[in-house]
Design a protein around this ligand. Sequence first.
Ligand code: PLP
Length: 437
Amino acid sequence: MSESPLELDQRHLWHPFTQQREWTATEQLVIERGEGTDLIDVDGRRYIDGVSSLWCNVHGHRHPMIDAAVRDQLDRVAHTTMLGLTHPAAAELAARLAAIAPPGLERVFYSESGSSAVEIALKMAFQYHRQRGEHSRRSFVTLTEAYHGDTLGAVSVGGIDLFHGAFEPLLFESHRVDPGDLERLECLLDFHADEIAAVIVEPLVQGAAGIRVQPPGFLRAVRELTSRSDVLMIADEVATGFGRTGTMFACEQERVSPDLLCLGKGLTGGYLPLAATLASERVYAGFLGAYEDYRTFFHGHTFTGNPLGCAAALASLEVFEREQTLLRLQPKIRLLGELLEPIAAMSEVAEVRGRGFMVGIDLGDHDPALRLGHRVVLEARERGAIVRPLGETIVLMPPLSISKADLRRLVGIVAESIRAAGASSLGGRSSAELAAA
Ligand code: PLP
């Protein structure tokens, strides 16, 4: 008899962010299908996709309009290069993105992952200044506990020690600022203005930091300070983009137009690996010249602007309009807030943070060996929901299309799972009691 997918997986696969010794020693879930906001395993069991398949699914799985758009594109061509050629879906999508992005972002450079979109923004910022004769501008300002992806440039502007610490010797220098510490940011920009190429921020909410919410007005102030110092501002909306915080882009909520905007995850509705770096005309114009001036941006990936991804993204934007996704999201955001109130009051919970459909339930500091977050995930799975922890913070990020009934069910499952995991691992003692012990 041939081996099962799980046997093959455990013998040959190497999973991201995963201790393989643990993975290969335990039973794993094998997902075969998706339907709306449900994922379905090989045994036919259903689970609510409580983290939107790593924060990217927007309109649910197998949405008929996006499925049809991808099939339709497949009937024409699956892939052609953007180097020396173009294609209709890429051009149309660029125009749509320029129309919905914060004002002034008119140029679209494609890639395939959020990390690449960030890498591209960093390289563009650096090269832009060089071409203006500002060769000393080679460092970046980033927020403490920032996460911008896993490639080395993105890691250099990252600040999560668990993920990034090991690579320290390979990284370039970045200055770090606590979200809200405008005084330090102003000081850095005053004293190092001629060394700094750009400030990079995850607008409003830092996702992988544990759904860390910024004080109101911070983003706007970053924009004002960077403009004053002629430092570029990069907004990384890979996680916050496409409705996640309640508006199409988080930057809108503080009326901010960055110089460079990174998009990924929800760009295709969470269907296919497509990302984009949007640039202002000012940045773009800095790269224009005769070929022999060598102002070209020498960067591009094989699958840059993949037609299937562009077709999915166009269809996803169409769904936003037809289904009035953002309008219909608002009452669900209010409901989620109400449903979370009793969770915030649970003795096992230290804090609930979030914005829109981006929520973190913090279980407080515990001995990492307890694996409390992980236990909650396993309990939730037993009860029919997929969630993921960031350390001891349980992340809730359902697809924007989730029904109110499923939202209630998801939050109910999470509450029960926290209680069950707490009872088995904290011995009935509260988060605060254990922290004090
Ligand atoms: N930027 C932010 C804010 C993210 O949250 C992520 C991924 O979680 C990335 C960049 C990296 O995106 P990708 O995993 O597609 O490379």
